[in-house]
Design a protein around this ligand. Structure first.
Ligand code: A2P
Length: 290
């Protein structure tokens, strides 16, 4: 299993990265430094997380501490819902670069599909892509309708769709569509917000391989050819979550984890549904803040 994949625009991306959702600036700085010291070469943040400055600081310190240069790390950030639209995206992005203390990002995503705005946002991102301020562009939390609509309007194809993906939330239809169009899936909350770690079937598999449940889930994601960005604020977990290359799940165990899909999203999204009321998603998500 390679540790990097090639996106549909020829850019190489690590399969594993650090997520920092829900971390404040100070915590994000520390997590990024631990991650870089423990071999991570990809970091995923967003303006909506409120920690781009912390990530920028962690990156600066972590690069220096480990003798790395900016080009060694694959940095992702996202366009905030409230900034969507052509001019507002361009303007917001300048501030994002400043907070991140960098002259470019490796991947820029539309954080959520804001109705009536995401195609304009995409045009602005295509401009940034052509100018070389972003090395690749993609989307996040796009369902099939939105993704196919964007594909009809886009001249640059998204390299990936970052979405919630874990053993109990596998989104088969979107995965199939993306596979057909050479769009990678990047899994956010790969550990199911930590909840999937207590799944009895996963626990049994973990005991068999003498690995933690987190490692089994992350290894399953890699073997399913998903880019994955587990979040942790503890050095021990950050280390453990990158230690995935000394074992391999059997086909039977991959199949067993595949069978755990119960469309968990519909359970915890609660008041609104993914396929039901698209406008509602964005309203609710602004409060929910991912
Ligand atoms: P913490 O941030 O306190 O270190 P997800 O990425 O699916 O949203 O999951 C993140 C949650 O899982 C966080 O609460 C994180 O805890 C926890 N977590 C991450 N890695 C591990 C691990 N290896 N073992 C146990 N819990 C973990």
């Amino acid at each position: 299993l390679d540790s990097t994949i090639t996106l549909n625009n020829g850019i190489e991306m690590p399969l594993l990265g650090l997520g920092v959702w829900k971390s404040d600036n100070q915590t994000a700085t520390q997590s990024v430094k631990w991650a870089l010291a423990n071999g991570y070469r990809a970091i995923d943040t967003a303006k909506q997380y409120g920690n781009e400055a912390g990530v920028g600081e962690g990156l600066k310190q972590g690069l220096a501490d480990n003798g790395l240069s900016r080009e060694d790390v694959f940095l992702t950030t996202k366009i905030f819902n409230g900034d969507q639209g052509y001019e507002s995206t361009l303007k917001a992005f300048e501030g994002q670069l400043e907070r991140l203390q960098t002259s470019y990002v490796d991947l820029l995503l539309i954080h959520w599909p804001v109705n009536g705005k995401y195609n304009e946002t995409w045009k602005a991102m295509e401009k940034l892509y052509h100018e070389g301020k972003v090395r690749s562009i993609g989307v996040s939390n796009f369902n099939l309708d939105r993704l196919s609509d964007l594909m009809e309007h886009a001249s640059v194809k998204p390299v990936l769709n970052q979405m919630e993906f874990n053993p109990v939330e596998q989104e088969k239809d979107i995965k199939d569509y993306c596979d057909r169009h050479h769009i990678w899936i990047e899994a956010w909350s790969p550990l199911g917000h930590g909840e999937a770690l207590n799944n009895p079937a996963v626990k049994e598999i973990a005991a068999k391989y003498n690995k933690s449940t987190a490692q089994v889930i992350l290894r399953w994601e890699l073997q399913r050819e998903l880019i994955t960005i587990p979040k942790s604020t503890h050095e021990e977990y950050i280390k453990q979550n990158a230690d995935l290359y000394d074992f391999e799940l059997s086909d039977a165990d991959v199949a067993l984890i595949n069978s755990l899909d119960v469309d968990q999203r519909s359970l915890w999204y609660g008041a609104f549904s993914w396929n039901g009321n698209p406008a509602g998603i964005v309203d609710a998500v602004d409060e929910w803040d991912h």
